[in-house]
Design a protein around this ligand. Structure first.
Ligand code: MCN
Ligand code: CUM
Length: 796
């Protein structure tokens, strides 16, 4: 291995030589991060600031009998102790979730999951606040907990949500998509049908920075400023405005730097509301920051789908239909964030990348005594679950037909000339060249060579596995005619202002949590108007400084805000063209654009740069008839469709026959996200997502005991991969631009997390071929792999 110093420097590492616009370029935000100068919420110190700590329930299900806060209140450093009953008096004990459910801010009646918020203390310092929690005396009447999603709907199960009118069971919602009868007809006639039960376990995004907030209410002008870890500042502001009855202009949300979100920072958590209430009551700024275990046990989890999948095909491997029945564990409150019409997120793309005759999915969601959440951890709104389901099913079918899993996929891919392709569940895939992408991955991996190596190893009793996964995601929610969150349309604003000296500021409604938006959004603008990225400041995360929009999740920043950025820049360029025509004394039609300047057609010596134009736009000289001064524009972009990135992943594992330890030896990922704005950042996104995938496939799970105690409350128990568990990633690309996106870009931020788990699992199952194993559930820990090798694929 070469050391970092020896490594040849590549051209892109020198930003000064970087061509203006798209391409490899170092991240503009990194100088402050690598110097430890990021501005996270916990770095904030405001004068007179108090500290808030939350008392959490020690058990999963219990009636609250009494709560005595007098000893805590007597603590010399404590300023305030608040219980659910006190919030109830102000009508603030419950808050709406982003999925039209309600969630308790503090418990008033009943504890519904372990770690739920019961009371809070505000003190002069963090330690005193924590100490005082121990002085609160709570009496609980413990109830049996509902832990297993499979029995949650049994009439004998205690009803968790008795706060909801007339609720007599733990049913949360039903949802279906596709055509049940047509699918049944295809299945009834099919030559081959394979079915498989599989569980996508509960996992947690576990961002490096936990959630937190500083609430600062100014009682003189009635202005509330909330510094907080949110991926969606504007959506949060509107929700607070509705809950608190304050006008939006009196609420300012400021999300500074965020140390990883991964969907964990989309929901509104009780802690944020507690901090706001505390600042209102004390008149002081109040800080609340979770510790690791609070983050793991009480904030938005992901997955928790129990799935039965069925696939129908002909004997020679033409896939005809896919069908699935899903039980979804939503925890104690439906706290997921998904567009209203898609209560199961975009699970509807479970038809994968294949041309089918019919498809049908049915889903039942239930409440259990576990933390709420559901859509987090680079989920692409549940496409993770969908891709896992279909990619495992295709491998089960390949096993049944004794066909090579790549050949089976290639035989069934949607063909390039079928795009735009309407799936049997109604999604319109915009573009792709799946076979080319698959073949590129095979080339990089030397697929045939790998199969030869595997055959030789099998002869020697060695367990080598090769796993394939091909995914299509639907990202960039979404067209406002059919996508909204709590009635808010999923469009995004963007404003661009070019200053007199030709420097620019672009204000976006999306919110970077590590994806490098300060760089890539500057590049998008640079590509369109030729101002170097270094001269373009990207502003995000402050509702007073940015236009309205729904924020960053579901890899929607590039598909939606990125489109808005390109279009707003084109608006500015159009105005610049008119000003240039005046400066060069020719008509607009006689001008040609080179990135960064206009010149007279046929005479490149007669030209003006965008910087000259910016000065003229603000200067004292005349402007063409009807042109206002200044050089700026704004836009709100409503996407026409989602974008459909796709990719082919090949994973190579070795399984130790003696210990059942899985080692991921190679991982090839070829991603097609359309036009690539910054390939270095894309590779970083893919590397991170692949590590996520290895983690979920092999290590990560939030488990519970039968009483509902969370067994994943620390990073000692909830294992996440380190550099030691992952290989050197081998990445590649194909480029099929999105036809409706102004620059042809598709999202990529979640692609690798979505696409990689089935590749790893398929590889492990492939390695276990000599044992006749068709499936084993994630995480494939040594004990589970061992069980599978012994013929017990489902752990008890
Ligand atoms: N990009 C690009 N060319 C493309 C597509 C994207 O150069 N064709 C760049 C973008 O400009 C952006 C990055 O790649 O800098 C990711 O873009 P996009 O796919 O639009 O995703 P978002 O920016 O909307 O990020 C959200 C996505 C989600 S939903 C999760 S979850 C996740 C992820 O990003 N969380 C992350 N990646 C993460 N990466 C980090 N470091 N931290 C997180 O919390
Ligand atoms: Cu689903 S995790 Mo991301 O969409 O923030």
């Amino acid at each position: 291995m070469t050391s970092l110093q020896d490594r040849p420097r590549t051209e892109f590492e020198d930003n000064d030589q970087h061509p203006v616009g798209h391409g490899r370029m170092l991240r503009k935000e990194d100088p402050r991060f690598i110097r430890g100068k990021g501005r996270y919420v916990d770095d904030l110190q405001l004068p007179g600031m108090l500290h808030l700590a939350i008392l959490r329930a020690p058990m999963a299900h219990a009636r609250l009998v009494s709560i005595d806060t007098s000893a805590a209140q007597a603590h010399p450093k404590v300023k305030l102790v608040v219980t659910g009953a006190m919030l109830a008096e102000k009508g603030l004990a419950w808050m709406p979730t982003l999925s039209n459910d309600v969630q308790a801010v503090l418990v008033t009646d009943k504890v519904r999951f372990q770690g739920q918020e019961v009371a809070f203390v505000v003190a002069e310092d963090r330690y005193s606040a924590r100490d005082a929690l121990e002085l609160i005396d709570v009496e609980y009447d413990v109830l049996p907990a509902v832990v297993d999603v499979r029995t949650a709907l049994d009439p004998s199960s205690p009803v968790i949500r008795d706060d909801l009118d007339g609720k007599t069971d733990n049913h949360c919602f039903d949802w279906e998509t596709g055509d049940a009868a047509a699918t049944e007809a295809v299945f009834a006639k099919a030559e081959v049908v394979v079915s498989q039960d599989m569980v996508y376990p509960r996992v947690h995004p576990a961002p490096m920075e936990t959630c937190g907030a500083v609430a600062d209410y100014d009682s003189i002008d009635g202005q509330l400023t909330l510094y907080c870890t949110t991926q969606a500042p504007h959506a949060h502001r509107t929700l607070y405005a509705i809950v608190a009855g304050l006008p939006e202009h009196k609420i300012r949300i400021r999300a500074g730097d965020i140390g990883g979100g991964f969907g964990n920072k989309v929901p509104i958590y009780p802690g944020y509301v507690c901090a706001i209430v505390a600042s209102l009551l004390t008149g002081k700024p109040v800080k609340w920051v979770e510790d690791r275990s609070e983050n793991l046990t009480s904030t938005s989890f992901a997955r928790d789908y129990v799935m039965r999948g069925e696939i129908a095909a002909t004997k020679d491997g033409k896939i005809l239909a896919v069908r699935t029945n899903v039980l979804a564990d939503h925890g104690a409150f439906n706290g997921q964030a998904a567009p209203v019409k898609y209560p199961a997120g975009f699970f509807g793309v479970f038809t994968g990348s294949y041309d089918l005759q019919a498809a049908y999915a049915k889903q039942t969601a239930v409440y259990t005594n576990k933390a709420p959440g559901g859509v987090a951890y680079a989920c692409s709104f549940r496409i993770t679950e969908a891709v896992y389901l279909v990619e495992r099913l295709v491998d089960c079918l390949a096993d049944e037909l004794k066909m090579d899993p790549v050949a089976l996929r290639i035989k069934n891919f949607i063909q390039p000339d079928q795009f735009p392709y309407t799936t049997k569940t109604g999604w319109i895939y915009d573009s792709g060249n799946y076979e080319a992408t698959m073949r590129e991955a095979m080339r990089i991996a030397d697929y045939d060579g790998l199969r030869r190596e595997q055959a030789e190893k099998r002869e020697r009793g060695e367990l080598m596995g090769i796993g394939i996964s091909f995914f299509t995601e639907a990202v960039g929610a979404g067209p406002r005619k059919d996508m909204d969150i709590l009635g808010l349309g999923m469009a995004d604003g963007c404003e661009l202002r070019v200053h007199p000296t030709g420097k620019a500021v672009v204000r976006v409604s999306c919110m970077s949590q590590g994806q490098g938006h300060e760089t890539t959004f500057a590049q998008i603008i640079a590509e369109e108007i030729g101002i170097p990225p270094a001269d373009i400041q990207v502003v995000n995360g402050d509702t007073d400084q940015t236009p309205f929009g729904l924020g960053t999740y579901g890899s929607r920043s590039t598909p939606v805000s990125g489109a808005a950025a390109a279009l707003v820049a084109r608006k500015v360029r159009d105005k610049a063209r008119i000003i240039a025509s005046g400066m060069l004394e020719v008509s607009v039609a006689d001008l040609d654009w080179d990135k960064g300047s206009f010149h007279v057609k046929g005479d490149p010596t007669k030209s003006v740069t965008i910087q000259d134009i910016a000065m003229r736009a603000h200067g004292a000289g005349d402007l063409p008839e009807g042109v206002e001064g200044g050089l700026e524009a704004q836009i709100c972009y409503n996407p026409e469709n989602l974008t459909y990135p796709n990719g082919a992943y090949i994973c190579v594992v070795d399984v130790d026959p003696g210990t059942a330890v899985v080692k991921v030896r190679r991982f090839v990922a070829v991603d097609d996200c359309g036009t690539r704005i910054n390939p270095m950042i894309i590779e970083g996104q893919v590397h991170g997502g692949l590590a996520d995938g290895v983690g979920m496939a092999l290590m990560e799970m939030i488990a519970f005991d039968e009483d509902g105690n969370c067994l994943g409350g620390s990073l000692m128990d909830y294992l996440i991969p380190t550099a030691l568990e992952v290989p050197d990633w081998e990445t590649g690309a194909t480029v099929t631009p999105s036809p409706h996106h102004p620059i042809g870009a598709k999202g990529v931020g979640e692609s690798a997390t979505v696409g990689s788990p089935p590749a790893v699992v398929n590889a492990v199952i492939d390695a276990l071929t000599p044992f006749g194993v068709r499936h084993a559930d994630m995480p494939l820990t040594p004990s589970r792999v061992w069980d599978a090798m012994q013929g017990h694929p489902h752990p008890p």
